[in-house]
Ligand binder design. Structure first.
Ligand SMILES: C[S@@+](CC[C@H](N)C(=O)[O-])C[C@H]1O[C@@H](n2cnc3c(N)ncnc32)[C@H](O)[C@@H]1O
Length: 202
């Protein structure tokens, strides 16, 4: 049984970018950017930025992005992909967060809070509101309570099948399957180790 600790995230980071080949993940990142209505010069915190995929996409849309993550290896990958990346090594459950009040126009936290102990979540979200400017926007994304993480792969394969046919779909599946299986395996432990679903009272 794996424990969801620093070593766990180090291993997770090694296979995470396999998701860049998965259409559903690309759709998710695009949806987050659309939801944020990014304007040039927006100062955005990507809380739990991992290997920086969303941070890099938002920067490409003109935002000034700070990526925060507790996994040094993930931030190293992010900085390899973007030499000028502003990356902060920090554990979100350690509050207050290292930013002044009213600092960011926007904050994203995508598939991170569900992996953090339930009793820490409320203070983290309160911190997001402290460091957010008035009229700012926060986008939180979490795995559905009863949703299967497998669904993102099924959606991807279904789209590929319809657009490129069965042979291309199988070839694509074989390419990312080993790492995808490892990611699914790791997600099982997040489910077991933490309270999986996200509950927050307003
Ligand atoms: C599923 S990845 C999401 C990465 C990114 N947001 C994305 O959508 O591609 C989860 C990330 O949360 C980070 N994480 C987990 N617990 C954390 C914590 N307590 N503080 C900061 N980052 C954390 C992990 O290191 C990992 O990089």
């Amino acid at each position: 049984m794996l424990k969801v600790d620093a070593e766990f995230w180090r291993k997770y980071t090694k296979v995470y970018d396999t998701l860049n080949n998965v259409i559903s993940y690309q759709e998710l990142l695009a949806d987050v950017c659309n939801e944020l209505q990014i304007k040039s010069g927006d100062k955005i915190l990507e809380a739990g930025c991992g290997t920086g995929n969303l941070a890099i996409k938002m920067k490409g849309l003109g935002a000034e992005v700070i990526g925060l993550d507790s996994c040094k290896e993930a931030l190293d990958v992010y900085k390899q992909k973007d030499k000028d990346a502003k990356a902060v090594l920090w554990d979100l459950s350690k509050t207050p967060l290292p930013f002044p009040d009213n600092y960011f126009n926007k904050i994203t936290c995508v598939n991170v809070l569900y992996a953090i102990a339930v009793e820490k979540r409320e203070s983290i979200v309160k911190e997001f509101y402290r460091i957010l400017k008035p009229e700012g926007k926060v986008v939180l994304v979490n795995v559905e309570k009863n949703g299967s993480v497998c669904k993102i792969y099924f959606h991807h394969l279904n789209l590929l099948f319809r657009e490129k046919g069965a042979i291309n779909m199988v070839a694509n599946l074989l390419k990312f399957l080993p790492n995808a299986l490892r990611l699914l395996y790791y997600n099982l432990f997040i489910v077991v180790d933490r309270i999986f679903f996200f509950v927050m009272n307003s």
